[in-house]
Design a protein around this ligand. Structure first.
Ligand SMILES: [Zn+2]
Length: 266
């Protein structure tokens, strides 16, 4: 890594290096995984690549569609016409932004990734649109002591949760009975995902960018050692308000050995 990049006068990272709260050398040596390359993922990926981490991995199994173009600036009309994999199209754009970053595209369902995969990263950003993927990433990251920052969007509302094992609450700790009912509804009694109609979540580009910025900032903060575990942020775009909530460890959280966990059922 050239020291010229940190020079206050003209290097690529010169202005970021002036932010003394952040540990830029550590961020630049980090391997970061972003799961989901939709509206939120596009924005998180953009922020991450600007920091110049050692490696940035994009995981998404979907293909670019025309309906993505209104909120995903990494994709082009030709990507949509060709039906390119989102992960491939994303890293092509990211490579044009910063050629110094090792970029990796993985066309996979988040729920097919195991804890060994996640152990290859210093931080994981969740930008997915369903609870089962979030639970899968959360439990695998927690098991391997990998920090996980989860993001979600719904219209003018955004949510970011910071999970830093082994301390503090995890994503599953934040779920209530309604969430679990949605999860149950999504799966058949054989454990396979049910083919049901999903609500199309409303997405607004500015709220995507704001929420992704909070998620990205939490990632670079935790890599710099200045973030508390188990915190959730709720952004309300209608009022431009941000709430900071300390999530309590859930009594019934499987990850935390709760009353429903296999350990306790034995
Ligand atoms: Zn938990």
């Amino acid at each position: 890594m050239s020291r010229d990049n940190f020079s206050p006068a003209g290097g690529r990272y010169s202005r970021i290096s002036l932010v003394t709260d952040l540990d830029l050398p550590t961020i630049r040596l980090s391997r970061i995984c972003v799961v989901g390359a939709g509206a939120l993922g596009n924005e998180v990926l953009k922020n991450m690549v600007l920091y110049g981490p050692k490696k940035l991995t994009v995981v998404d199994n979907d293909r670019v569609e025309k309906s993505n173009l209104g909120r995903c600036f990494l994709f082009t009309s030709s990507d949509a016409r060709a039906g390119r994999k989102k992960a491939d199209a994303a890293i092509e754009s990211l490579g044009r932004m910063n050629e110094e970053v090792e970029l990796e595209a993985l066309a996979s369902d988040a729920r097919e990734l195991d804890d060994e995969f996640f152990s290859g990263f210093d931080a994981v950003a969740g930008c997915v649109d369903n609870i089962s993927s979030r639970l899968h990433i959360n439990s695998n990251c927690y098991h391997r002591n990998i920090p996980y920052v989860d993001g979600g969007l719904d219209g003018l509302m955004g949510r970011v949760q910071v999970v830093i094992p082994p301390s503090g609450a995890c994503y599953q700790c934040s779920l209530n009975a309604t969430h679990m009912a949605v999860l149950d509804r999504d799966f058949t009694c054989t454990g396979k995902e049910a083919n049901i109609h999903r609500r199309r979540v409303p997405a607004e580009p500015s709220v995507s960018a704001i929420t992704a910025s909070i998620e990205s900032l939490e990632i670079v903060k935790l890599l710099s050692g200045i973030q508390d575990a188990g915190i959730m942020y709720i952004y309300n775009g209608r009022k431009n308000e941000l709430d900071r909530i300390e999530v309590q460890i859930g009594r019934e959280c499987d990850v935390h050995g709760g009353v429903n966990s296999e350990n306790n059922e034995a």
